[in-house]
Design a protein around this ligand. Sequence first.
Ligand code: DGT
Ligand code: CA
Ligand code: CA
Ligand code: ZN
Length: 575
Amino acid sequence: MPLHNADIVNIFEEIADLLEIKGENPFRIRAYRNAARTITDLPQELRTLVDEETDLTELPGIGKDLSEKIREILKTGTAQALEELRKELPGGITELLNIPNLGPKRVKVLYSDLNITSPAELKKAAEEGRISRLPGFGEKIEKHILDSIAAKADTSRRFLRASVVPYAEALADHLRKGPGVKTVTIAGSYRRAQETIGDIDILVVAASKSPIMDRFIEYDEVTEVLARGTSKSSVVLRTGVQVDVRVVPAKNYGAALHYFTGSKAHNIALRRIGQQKGFKVNEYGVFRGDKQVAGKTESEVYKTLGLSFIDPELRESRGEIEAARKKTLPKLVELNEIRGNLHGHSTWSDGHHSIQDMAEAAAEAGHEYIAITDHSKSLTVAHGLDEKRLRKQIEEIDKVSQAVKGIAILKGIEADILENGDLDLPDSVLKELDVVIGSVHSKFKLSAEKQTERILRAMDHKYFTFLAHPTGRLLLSRDPYEVDLPRVIKHARERGCYLELNANPQRLDLNDTACQMAREEGVLVAINTDAHSIQDMHLLRFGIGQARRGWLEKKNVLNTRSLKELKKLLAAVRG
Ligand code: DGT
Ligand code: CA
Ligand code: CA
Ligand code: ZN
C-alpha cells in the first residue's frame, strides 16, 4: 500500500506527542516536529525520493536516524519506536493535546489520575465536575475544556486543502488510468480552492461498460465503503477523508461539473437567473421545457444564461454572477505572474538554508528577485537578529549578490511589532533595508481595540513596508487574534503601505473576503511563501488559490511587478 508524506508526518507527530506526554528530552521531540514540518512542505513524495536513491539526510532537519525511520515506515507502514510508545501510552491520548488549554503535563495527569484517553471520556469527566479537582486544573479550565470540545465538533471533520492534495490527485490519476475512462475532474470545494475541505467530490465521464466503480471501490487506500452504485459511490480513505465519485454521461458533464463544483449558494443563485429567463437548470443541463439546450460544457451553461465563464474560485455568491452579467469579472492572478518572494528566512534566523541556497533556488524557479527577511531579536526562539547581526547580514547579502547571477537579492527583516506598536529595531538600521515587514508574534490576547491600535501604530512607522499574516490565525488550530481588519485595510490605503497574503497552507492569511476588501480599497497585496527552506517555494500556489478566491488580479499584487517597478513601490512607502 503506497504511503504518502502525510502518513509519515502523522507518525512523526504522534511520536513527538507521546514523547512529550512522557516528558522526554525536548530536543528529541523538536527533532521529530522539525522533520514533520520539512516533510509537510516537501513537493515530492518521499517514496519516490527513496526509489530514486536520493540521500534523505540532505533535507533540512533529517539526520541519519530519521532518514532510517522514514525508510522503515515506507517499508513496514509504521515505526518500531511508535509501537513501543503506544504500548506505554494509549495512542488515542494524543487527541487530547489538540484541545486548547491541554498541554502534555495536564494530559499526563488526566491519564494517570482518571485514566482518560479520549476527548469523549474527557467531556464526560468534565461534565461530572471531576476535572476541576485535579491538581493544576480548577473550575475555569474545566469550563474552557467543555467549551472547546463543543466548539470543535463542527470543525473536526475538515481537512486542510493542501494536505488533501496528494491523496486527491493520486486517486484521480488512478481513476484516469481505468479502461474506457474519458474525463476525471475533482469538483467541490477542492476545485474552488477553499482553504479547508469537507470531502472530495470527483466527477467521471466513462464508456458505459467501464468498470470504473469497481476500480474506485477497490482502490488500495479505501478503508470503508459508505455507498455503492453505478452512478454514485462514496468511500472513506485511510487518512479519514470521504470521497464521493459520480459517473455522468458526456452530454451532461458540463452541467454536472458545474453543479458539483458549487458552491451551493452560487448554484442556487444561478438557478434563479435561469428561472427568470425561462430555463430549468440542474445537474443534468439547462432545459427549456423538456429540451436540453446546454450542459455538455460549463462554458455552454454560463453562455446560455447570458453570463461569461466564472472561474471556480469565484463561485461563492459574492458578486460574481452580477459581474459575469456585466462582463466585469476580474482576470485572476496566475502563478506564473509572480516574479519573486518578499518574505523568507535563512539560517541567519530559523530557516534551514543559506541566503545563497535560497537565492539560487529562486533564480532557478525563474524569479527576478527575492527578499531575505529573517526574524528580529524579540523572537528569541527563532534566533532573531539584533542590529549588529542584521548589519553583518546586509554585508553578507552584498557578497552573495556578487556570487549568484540572474536574481536580485533584496535586504529585509521580519520585525516584531511590540505591544506598544514599535518595531523592535532602530531606524538607523531599518533605513538600510529594502523591505521592512511587521509581524505580530506575541500578545495575541489583546482586546480588538488595543490590537488594532498596536498594528496601526506600527504601520505608521516610516520604514514599514507590509504587514505579514495580518490576523495570526492557524487554520483548524488557532483562531485569529481580535483585530478590526477593515480598519487595518483602510489604514494601509491611507498610509500607502501594503498587506501580505501569507501562502503557507496553515495560514492563508489574509482570507478570501479580506483580499476582496483590499482590492476594493486599492491596497496592494504581496503573496509570499514565508519560506523556511528551499522546499517551501512550492507553497506559492496555495497563496495563488486564495488570492484568486479574493478576486485579485495581477495588478492588485505587489510581487507581480518587475524589479524596477517594485523598487519604486518599495521606495514610495517611505514617502
Ligand atoms: P465541503 O465538502 O464541505 O468542503 O464543500 P463542498 O462545496 O464540496 O460541498 P459538498 O461536498 O457537500 O457538495 C459538493 C457540491 O454539490 C456543492 O458545492 C454544491 C453541490 N450541492 C450539494 N448540495 C446541494 C444542494 O442542496 N443544492 C445545490 N444547489 N447544490 C448542492
Ligand atoms: Ca466536497
Ligand atoms: Ca461531497
Ligand atoms: Zn516569516
